[in-house]
Ligand binder design. Structure first.
Ligand SMILES: Nc1nc2c(ncn2[C@@H]2O[C@H](COP(=O)(O)OP(=O)(O)OP(=O)(O)O)[C@@H](O)[C@H]2O)c(=O)[nH]1
Ligand SMILES: [Mg+2]
Length: 300
């Protein structure tokens, strides 16, 4: 029998390139929030893939961007801080780029510094022509000796095994760190908070969703009158200003209802149990520069 292999793999890249979408594809479960907005992921999130002869622990990271708040700075520290702890880097870039931009350049420099085994993932190839792709591959191959360059689309399932096989090839012998059934290090509470935030990101515009953080106050199982299990979840959506609060609640509470409903449906699918979700909106000005709150997003 082949020797069992295992290892830690960081998913690094600029914001919005599709890292969390890729993590969810690889794990085969909804582990991380994804949105067509920048700075969706705020901290390192683990996703675990157990295969017949290997176990791969992925660490999704906040996308690299220009920091404006303490939260932003902490997010970037987290992303680069992960590098020292891992065996392999998946460097995700956007296929629609024409050149190596500032953010990608910064990541490349960190990769070079670390000298770690790196697989270049060119994501969103569904959006570009082949010729453009070849140009991008050429540009990057001049910069680093990547173990492999894999053009993919994270929204298509067929790329999953190609990436996992390539990673497995590069792993060293090692034990299974997690039991086979585990697919994330996040608690139900964290998954619930991320699901609600994801829906807020999806439905809200401009700067409002970026100023949000969600805290679950209560999570409790109870029985319905019919004897069915139901999860009672109460959460607070914090935002930066009174005006944002109005937008999040919406006319007659319509926006909050929309966010809550979408979050509930997702949670019911992911948790496999009925959910009764109650949400409130509160203002907490400048929390993004509040050290005590931002600590929550620090690399543990
Ligand atoms: N067309 C296309 N869209 C994609 C693909 N992969 C991801 N997306 C979309 O790109 C957007 C950003 O995806 P995320 O996975 O949240 O990106 P991220 O890199 O994790 O972003 P941050 O957490 O902000 O760093 C979402 O709207 C995804 O649906 C792809 O292969 N093709
Ligand atoms: Mg993300």
């Amino acid at each position: 029998m082949a020797e069992f292999k295992s290892g830690f793999v960081a998913i690094l890249g600029r914001t919005n390139v599709g890292k969390s979408t890729l993590l969810n594809l690889l794990v085969g479960e909804k582990v991380a929030a994804t949105a067509n907005k920048v700075q969706t992921t705020r901290t390192a999130i683990r996703g675990i893939v157990s295969r017949e002869n290997s176990q791969i622990i992925f660490i999704d990271t906040p996308g690299i961007h220009k920091p404006k708040t303490k939260l932003n700075e902490t997010m970037i520290e987290t992303s680069f801080g992960v590098i020292s702890e891992i065996d392999i880097i998946l460097f995700v870039i956007d296929a629609t780029s024409d050149e190596i931009g500032k953010g990608d350049r910064k990541i490349l420099e960190k990769i070079k510094e670390s000298n770690k085994k790196t697989i270049l993932i060119i994501n969103k190839i569904d959006l570009v022509k082949k010729e453009k792709l070849l140009h991008l591959i050429e540009l990057y191959q001049k910069e680093y000796k990547f173990e492999a360059v894999i053009p993919i689309s994270s929204i298509k399932a067929k790329y999953r095994d190609i990436i996992l096989d390539e990673i497995e090839k590069n792993l060293k012998p090692g034990p299974a760190y997690y039991s086979k059934e585990e697919f994330t290090d996040q608690t139900m509470r964290q998954l619930a908070e991320e699901t609600i935030r994801e829906k807020a990101l999806k439905f809200l515009q401009d700067e409002v969703p970026h100023g949000i953080y969600v805290e679950v106050e209560k999570m409790k199982f109870k029985k319905t009158q019919k004897g069915e299990d139901i999860y009672d979840i109460e959460a607070i959506i914090y935002c930066l200003r009174e005006s944002h609060k109005g937008i999040i609640i919406g006319k007659n509470g319509s926006m909050l209802k929309r966010i809550g409903q979408a979050a509930r449906i997702d949670m019911e699918n992911n948790f496999g149990v009925k959910v009764n979700l109650k949400t409130w909106v509160k203002v907490k000005e400048d929390w993004q520069d509040d050290t005590a709150i931002v600590k929550k997003f620090k690399l543990q």
